[in-house]
Design a protein around this ligand. Structure first.
Ligand code: AP5
Length: 218
């Protein structure tokens, strides 16, 4: 079973994708991480994407869909973290999954708006792996240093407060409609987790969900 992680910036999607990767062998496909690698390497895609990302706007669908082409080729189950981001991307994903005879369940990270800015402005990231920490909620053993590699952590430029405001507005306008898209009353493909809970409790809900699902454990 493939999983689509749906939720606003800072809901904890990346944090939990790493947990399920480790626990069940899922492959996390984070469109944000892939784009940030392109930006860091200065590829043509990175050069085009950079301005959109630094403003907190969505990168155009055409670039994203080209980038995602091939990501579902391997047979391993995946967690789509940050894709789809609007109805056009969701429709394209459904077509792709149907062609490959694969299915996916969306998991909505339910969270109150007022914690998100604090989660994002306090976030520290290990650029090589995408591992994230939080200065208060989930600190590394040594401040600003990755626990696993000992390499320095960085703060994402789009986690500045002003940019976060725009990312949240973009989420409301373009991504939140996907909740209704996946929660079709006749054929719901949406599960929910309480993402306001502490990190370990969110992980527990997700692990229980995967284990209890008929096609669950990857
Ligand atoms: P992307 O990298 O996907 O960012 P995002 O969706 O805004 O999500 P975040 O990574 O900010 O949040 P998260 O939910 O993963 O939170 P995390 O687990 O890190 O996208 C960046 C940009 O790329 C976009 O703005 C856009 O420009 C572009 N882009 C990407 N995909 C695209 C697409 N498909 N189409 C077009 N453009 C695209 O947690 C956040 C913090 O909170 C961490 O510090 C963590 O330690 C802490 N935390 C996590 N869970 C908890 C908890 N339960 N309690 C307390 N603290 C917690």
């Amino acid at each position: 079973m493939n999983l689509i992680f749906l939720g606003p910036p800072g809901a904890g999607k990346g944090t939990q994708a790493k947990v399920l990767e480790e626990k069940f062998g899922y492959r996390q496909i984070s469109t944000g991480d892939i784009l940030r690698r392109h930006v860091a390497e200065g590829t043509p895609l990175g050069v085009e994407a950079k301005g959109y990302m630094s403003r907190g706007d969505l990168v155009p669908d055409e670039l994203i869909l080209r980038m995602m082409d091939g990501e579902l080729e391997q047979s391993s189950d995946v967690i789509l973290d940050g894709f789809p981001r609007n109805v056009a991307q969701a429709t394209a994903l459904d077509e792709l999954l149907a062609r490959k005879k694969r299915n996916a369940v969306a998991v909505l990270f339910d969270v109150d708006r007022d914690v998100l800015t604090d989660r994002l402005t306090g976030r520290w990231t290990h650029p090589g792996s995408g591992r994230t920490y939080h200065a208060k909620n989930n600190p590394p053993k040594v401040p600003e240093i990755d626990d696993v590699t000992g390499e320095p952590l960085v703060q994402r430029p789009d986690d500045a407060e002003e940019t976060v405001k725009n990312r949240l507005a973009v989420y409301d306008e373009q991504t939140a409609p996907l909740i209704a898209y996946y929660d079709d009353p006749g054929d719901s493909r949406l599960a929910r987790v309480d993402a306001l809970a502490p990190i370990e409790k969110v992980s527990r809900q997700l692990i229980d969900f995967v284990r209890s699902h008929p096609n669950g454990a990857a």
